[in-house]
Write a protein that binds this ligand. Structure first.
Ligand code: 4HQ
Length: 238
């Protein structure tokens, strides 16, 4: 996969991209991540990329010109145009389902904006899909783009190491993950549940499933309802 990121602050990406799973995935050529500075596509001597909103109002809006030129420059570097994504609180929420879908794309182009928002023609004219990482307001789209990259890249086959697994992660089966324990068996008077020490893997699987169901019901009732309504498998017999 190739991921282009369009931003006014490419340096913000240096640290997240140079550690752990994202670092290794790039080294193994599982993903190529290319940063472009939108300001390099400004056309005036001030390198202006934002302007006042038509109709008045507070704040500044990202101009379409530099953004179109930046996207088209990125698209000229590969055969497929790639799926263009706009990070914005107005987008559909990023879910694990969406993450898995994006992980099968050959190419993504992420637009991380600043200021109060984008000229609407950036969304319409570039067929950009608005995506939000959550219902809160960030200072810019960069952290949203980093969250999306991290979640997507780890789902590409080969990106996770042998000791990592996506199979038991929260949401992978539509439920929150069961509680985990490691050594010591007793820590500050708190004991590891007896069943996990029993060696009975049938019983352990059953306990974990019950725990997943129980914490999802308690903590994320809306996810629990969705799970109950989804395709009937062994789940509804529990
Ligand atoms: N912003 N999910 C405003 C976000 C955001 C979000 C990004 C703030 C775009 C212009 N991005 N800029 N929530 O709050 O992705």
């Amino acid at each position: 996969m190739r991921i282009d990121v369009l931003t006014l602050f490419p340096e913000m990406f240096d640290s997240p991209l140079s550690h752990s799973i994202l670092k290794r995935a790039q080294e193994r050529n599982i993903v190529e991540i290319v940063l472009s500075n939108i300001r390099d596509f400004a056309t005036d001597s001030y390198r202006k990329v934002d302007d006042k909103p038509y109709g008045g109002g507070a704040g500044m809006v990202m101009m379409p010109g530099p953004m179109f030129d930046c996207v088209e420059h990125a698209q000229a570097q590969a055969d497929e145009p790639g799926r263009v994504i706009l990070l914005t609180p107005q987008g559909k929420p990023l879910t694990q389902e969406k993450v898995v879908e994006l992980s099968t794309e050959p190419r993504l182009i992420l637009i991380a904006g600043r200021y109060e928002g984008f000229d609407e023609r950036i969304r319409t004219g570039l067929s950009a899909e608005p995506i939000s990482i959550g219902d809160y307001v960030l200072s810019g789209g960069e952290l949203g783009a980093m969250v999306l990259i991290d979640a997507v890249v780890r789902m590409i086959p080969g990106a996770l190491g042998d000791d990592d697994s996506a199979a038991d992660d929260s949401f992978s089966n539509g439920l929150l993950e069961y509680p985990q324990y490691t050594r010591p068996e007793v820590f500050r008077d708190m004991k590891v549940p007896e069943i996990l020490l029993s060696g009975d893997h049938g019983k352990i699987d059953q306990w974990r499933k019950e725990q997943s169901l129980e914490r999802t019901k308690q903590w994320r009732p809306e996810i629990y309802e969705k799970y109950l309504q989804s395709a009937p498998t062994d789940k509804n017999e529990q």
